[in-house]
Design a protein around this ligand. Structure first.
Ligand SMILES: Cc1cc2nc3c(=O)[nH]c(=O)nc-3n(C[C@H](O)[C@H](O)[C@H](O)COP(=O)(O)OP(=O)(O)OC[C@H]3O[C@@H](n4cnc5c(N)ncnc54)[C@H](O)[C@@H]3O)c2cc1C
Length: 432
């Protein structure tokens, strides 16, 4: 979208932050320009990095779902800030190395499109790769996962954010969150910087619903969680976006039992364990280490307790929720300690849906989630957690948050028809 178009849309959203009165906004960014101005250079203070942003929508977590949520929110005309604790966009798709998103199709037709699909398709096209033929039902579900070049994907995601007017803040994360009369005040930190974000809506796309946890709202988690994985390549160079050898084209991977994405200590522990296991493998096989992802991939942590909880029965029966905002499609896939769980395949013709209420923490206002932390039981989540579904949830949350910011209301009080209309305008497939 062109800059002018975005500016026009913002004008249309007049007064969307007018209610933020009562909070003092002081931008204190300063740069020591002594050398250029000829004056003696002032020493920079630690507080020089402090900034305040007033936005409509804050998306926390620039991973699989969050990137799409932010682009959608920006394209819908909302002033949007995307905060990511790592150094690039894409999350598990890129930093975790799970660069084979699925599934966009079910039973011979595409069921998830929109911004996630646009990004995946353009990554493949730019890379000279191959897209699956969705009109064919493959003998194995994973054959229709799309192999993307994780490096290109991350850069294209940044370009699309830029074009949508989305501001990106890397290496930052929320430290405290308070409700205000106008929405939220989110105090964030990064290295050498701190940022106060005043926003109307928050979309928590952290994977483990960390914002929801900070707000002390209930989250769901079983005693057992699936292992994480460290992805790497021995002997041969990684060939991004292409098959890497026999099987589905995955990188090599090692389970990390107990991997937990909850906080920096648990993520540190998972990374150390994963890398130690890779080192052991190198020593044992005497093969060269040709590729190693910078962070472990996490399959499971917290899910929200939402306005509704998607059950395994809802998922496997293909329940069409009255407030469905997108489809999802994948077998129920819950990894156990020792190896792959037996996959529970969906019966022919079944295509599960995701309701808006599963993206909204129970009893909350002006807060949504998207991604693997969707409100669901453990087994439904085993199917819902895959990337195409996370992207579709991200787009739905981006639309709802942007609309709610414009209307000065909360996503649950929006007419569903307007959410559907805007989603369709932005290329998404909405359950009929
Ligand atoms: C090993 C493995 C294999 C898988 N296989 C498949 C497969 O074959 N096909 C498939 O489609 N899916 C697969 N999945 C599942 C899928 O990749 C994930 O469930 C999905 O990508 C999760 O998306 P998300 O947006 O919820 O989280 P993520 O993509 O993990 O994004 C979360 C983002 O939030 C950031 N973040 C976290 N906390 C904060 C904070 N406090 N502040 C700022 N930023 C924060 C993180 O750095 C990250 O970028 C697999 C997953 C794993 C781990």
């Amino acid at each position: 979208m062109k800059e002018k178009e975005i500016a026009d849309r913002r004008n249309f959203l007049k007064g969307s932050m007018a209610g933020a009165a009562g909070l003092v906004v002081a931008s204190t960014t300063s740069v020591a320009l002594g050398a250029e101005s000829g004056k003696k250079q002032k020493p920079a203070l630690a507080t020089d990095g402090n900034v305040t942003n007033k936005v409509d929508v804050l998306v926390v977590g620039g991973g699989t779902a969050g990137t799409i949520a932010a682009i959608q929110s920006g394209r819908a005309g909302a002033k949007t800030l995307l905060m990511e604790r790592n150094s690039q966009l894409g999350g598990t798709t890129t930093t975790g190395g799970v660069s084979f998103p699925g599934l966009f199709d079910a039973w011979g037709k595409q069921v998830i499109a929109g911004i996630g699909w646009e990004l995946v398709r353009e990554s493949v096209e730019l890379d000279g790769g191959k897209l699956p033929d969705f009109s064919k039902v493959p003998d194995r579900h994973w054959k229709n996962q799309v192999r993307v070049n994780q490096f290109l994907y991350a850069i294209l995601a940044e370009e699309k954010c830029d074009q949508a007017g989305v501001q990106i803040a890397y290496y930052e994360f929320p430290q405290s969150i308070a409700k205000t009369t106008a929405g939220w005040q989110v105090d964030c930190v990064g290295f050498g910087t701190s940022r106060r974000v005043l926003c109307k809506q928050i979309i928590d796309c952290t994977g483990g619903a960390e914002v929801v946890g900070m707000l002390s709202m209930p989250r769901l988690r079983g005693e057992e969680t699936q292992p994480g994985s460290m992805l790497f390549k021995l002997d041969k160079a990684n060939n991004p976006g292409r098959p890497n050898g026999p099987g589905s084209g995955l990188l090599d991977s090692l389970y990390i039992h107990g991997a937990d994405s909850t906080n920096s200590r648990t993520v540190t522990a998972a990374n150390l364990t994963g890398r130690k296991a890779v080192l052991k493998k190198v020593r044992a096989t005497k093969k060269r280490l040709m590729h190693l992802q910078p962070e472990a991939g996490f399959r499971e942590s917290y899910r929200i307790l939402g306005e509704t909880v998607i059950t395994e029965g809802d998922y496997t029966s293909g329940r069409v929720f009255e407030d469905a905002v997108c489809y999802a499609f994948y077998p129920v896939d819950v990894h156990k300690g020792t190896g792959f769980a037996a996959l529970e395949y969906l019966e022919r013709g079944i295509v599960p849906t995701i309701p808006l209420r599963a993206l909204i923490p129970k009893g909350s206002r002006n807060l949504m989630v998207a991604g693997r932390c969707v409100s669901s039981d453990r087994y439904a989540n085993g199917g819902l957690r895959v990337q195409a579904s996370c992207m579709a949830m991200g787009q739905a949350a981006g639309v709802a948050a942007a609309l709610a910011a414009v209307r000065g209301t909360t996503p649950l009080e929006l007419p569903l028809s307007e959410i559907h209309k805007l989603l369709r305008e932005h290329g998404a497939i909405v359950p009929a």
